[in-house]
Design a protein around this ligand. Structure first.
Ligand code: ATP
Ligand code: MG
Length: 365
């Protein structure tokens, strides 16, 4: 008798288009797992976000955090709405709180072009984009989040913090990703993006990067100032393999990366720590298109694939890896076959994209 292995997933549908893309993502994951066999996910839906704040008086209930901690992985769609805020005027963003609570220090943002999705830039030599941004997610300029000060309406001040521990662990995560990619035919190259020529904090970031690079001699590295990196993002982004950078720079470069592959609806992400990980699309709740069925669920599907890949590595479970590869292949095939979402000038929304991907999951190799 064969036994089916099961992992438990904490699911946060959140708000806005998050509510529309969660079910389809689960359907896609389950279809891929059916193909592979022997592996199953159990989902627990949990409240968090603006809706939870209105209904329950808290944007991130303790019970949701406890369930997320107990789960094998966390899948989050998108949370927060511009018109519903905390009394002090700040935005409701349980995803940012989860990063702090679960110490999710590495934000993984793959920039991988999908064949058939029009990209604003094309390599004259025809190479597809396939690189990964690793964003430090617990410190940098974001230590100032809700801690910045405005004095007498005259001046404002924020703080930027780089620690040895924070830098070492995120650089190690980037090196690990580069090594994994190298084993699959990648270049094994890590680029440090900083502003070491102007700030003590970034000079320190680069120093720690160099120390770790010396201990990972099987990989090649380079270092680049953030301003020059934007030139490279637009001029020849195909030169990147794995990028590691500070929180704020990573925030900005991730959106730039998303635009290179067709828009926010195509950009998945993972926030990873030593014990927990949250998988969610890079985009927000898109209130401008919520409720209209126009959202592109692809980023959510690809985030689900990243979750399967992470489970595979963590639990030595090749079937999860296989399911992840099937989802990516089905997405690629669907768009190569002419699927066009609203944001790229087409007319396909959640339902059409979900149907196109799930139907290909039956046949894709
Ligand atoms: P956040 O502060 O949560 O990052 P944001 O203000 O950056 O949110 P998003 O919700 O990411 O905004 O939306 C930015 C733009 O991208 C909006 O015009 C939105 O409609 C569009 N967009 C975001 N996600 C998608 C998607 N999945 N499909 C189609 N369009 C999207
Ligand atoms: Mg945004």
């Amino acid at each position: 008798m064969t036994t089916t292995r099961e992992f438990r997933i904490a699911v946060f549908p959140g708000d806005g288009i998050g509510l529309e893309i969660t079910g389809p993502c689960i359907a896609v994951i389950d279809r891929a797992l059916e193909r592979v066999g022997g592996l199953k996910l159990g989902y627990e839906h949990l409240p968090a976000g603006a809706g939870a704040y209105v209904e329950l008086g808290t944007a991130l209930p303790d019970s949701s955090v406890a369930a997320a901690r107990a789960a094998d992985a966390i899948l989050l769609a998108a949370a927060g709405l511009p018109e519903i805020r905390y009394p002090d005027g700040t935005e409701i963003a349980p995803q940012i709180e989860l990063r702090a609570i679960l110490d999710l220090y590495a934000g993984i943002r793959p920039v991988r072009s999908i064949p058939g999705v029009p990209a604003p830039l094309a390599d004259p030599l025809g190479s597809r984009l396939d690189f990964v941004i690793v964003r430090e997610s617990t410190e940098g300029l974001f230590v100032s989040h809700r801690n910045g000060v405005v004095r007498d309406d005259r001046e404002a001040e924020d703080r930027l913090l780089i620690t040895r521990k924070g830098t070492e662990r995120v650089v190690d995560a980037a090196m690990h990703i580069a090594r994994t990619r190298k084993a699959r035919g990648g270049r094994g190259h890590v680029t440090c993006v900083d502003k070491a020529n102007v700030f003590a904090s970034f000079a320190f970031f680069r120093k720690v990067f160099d120390e770790r690079a010396a201990e990972n001699a099987d990989l090649t590295v380079d270092r680049i100032y953030v301003d020059a990196s934007t030139l490279e993002f637009v001029g020849r982004p195909w030169r990147f393999d794995v990028i590691v950078t500070e929180n704020m720079f990573g925030d900005i470069l991730s959106d730039l990366g998303a635009s290179l592959i067709g828009g926010m609806g195509f950009a998945p992400s993972a926030d990873i720590g030593d014990d927990h990980a949250v998988f969610q699309p890079c985009h927000g709740t898109a209130p401008d298109i919520a409720g209209q069925g126009k959202a592109n669920p692809t980023a959510m599907f690809l985030s689900g694939a990243m979750m399967l890949e992470w489970l595979a590595e963590r639990h030595d479970e090749p079937r999860a890896e296989e399911a992840a590869a099937l989802i990516r292949a089905a997405v690629d095939e669907a768009f190569a076959g002419g699927l066009r979402t609203w944001e790229i000038g087409g007319q396909s929304g959640v339902r059409e994209v979900t149907e196109a991907v799930t139907s290909r999951l039956r046949t894709v190799a």
